[in-house]
Write a protein that binds this ligand. Structure first.
Ligand code: ADP
Ligand code: MG
Length: 225
């Protein structure tokens, strides 16, 4: 039997809030096998981003278990968690999370902050990722001067500059026109073809045809499996 790349067992996530705690995820269980390309859809506020943040080891669950490549991540130290994130996980944030005053290239190089790549090797990988998203000519531009669609593509380049074992992509085509969205999906499929397992949140039903499985979240619950 092969080990799942990601396994969530009864994962719940509560956020304290002034009007009472918000239950963003309620006992979510799912398993991603190596090489899967899984789409998650659901209404705004249904817990999609929270699910990706938990899957990308950016947030611990309130209860339940998260397993990455057969490791129970609750047993890992902060340092080990950071090493797993750096070495295995690519995250494309819904709000890009770029460094606005730094160049496009510096933003992509941020992916290598906690890896041991020599500078020249990191730069070559960053440039290749920027080429893939069509922004190589813009690499010296400051991130804050880019359009929303371009920022999104920088965020994608940063996540894929080091081919991740697991890519968590939060509406990576949300700010793109149809042609650019198809271009991004092409990148993701290529990455998937090279072995990355992908968890993609999208609102765009037209993109589901690229995925091997489709899950839906409603009010923190997975409603189809
Ligand atoms: P989606 O991505 O599906 O729109 P989210 O995962 O962002 O949904 O949010 C799910 C619910 O959790 C929402 O009600 C949201 O307001 C709440 N939430 C998310 N993050 C936090 C937080 N850090 N603190 C408090 N509430 C949060
Ligand atoms: Mg979201």
């Amino acid at each position: 039997m092969t080990t799942a790349v990601l396994k969530l067992c009864g994962v719940s996530k509560c956020f304290p809030a002034p009007g009472g705690a918000v239950e963003a995820l309620r006992e979510v269980s799912l398993e991603l096998a190596a090489g899967e390309f899984v789409a998650i859809t659901g209404p705004s506020g249904s817990g999609k981003s929270t699910l990706l943040h938990v899957a990308a080891l950016l947030e611990p669950p309130t209860s339940g278990e998260v397993w990455l490549d057969g490791e129970d991540v609750a047993r890992l130290s902060e340092r080990q968690l950071a090493a797993r994130r750096g070495g295995k996980i690519g995250m494309i944030f819904q709000k890009f999370c770029l460094l606005p005053h730094r160049s496009v290239l510096d933003n992509v190089l941020f992916r290598f902050r906690y890896t041991r790549h020599p500078r020249a090797a990191a730069r070559a990988l960053a440039c290749a990722a920027l080429e893939l998203v069509g922004l190589r000519e813009r690499m010296e531009h400051k991130a804050r001067l880019l359009s929303g669609g371009e920022m999104q593509r920088v965020a994608i380049a940063r996540a894929i500059a080091l081919p991740p074992r697991l890519l968590a992509a939060d509406e990576p085509t949300g700010n793109l026109d149809r042609a650019a969205a198809e271009g991004v999906m092409h990148c993701l499929r290529e990455l998937n073809g090279r072995g990355a397992t992908i968890l993609l949140v999208t609102h765009n039903e037209a993109l589901l045809r690229h995925c091997s499985r489709h899950l839906r979240l409603e009010d923190g619950l997975l409603v189809n499996q």
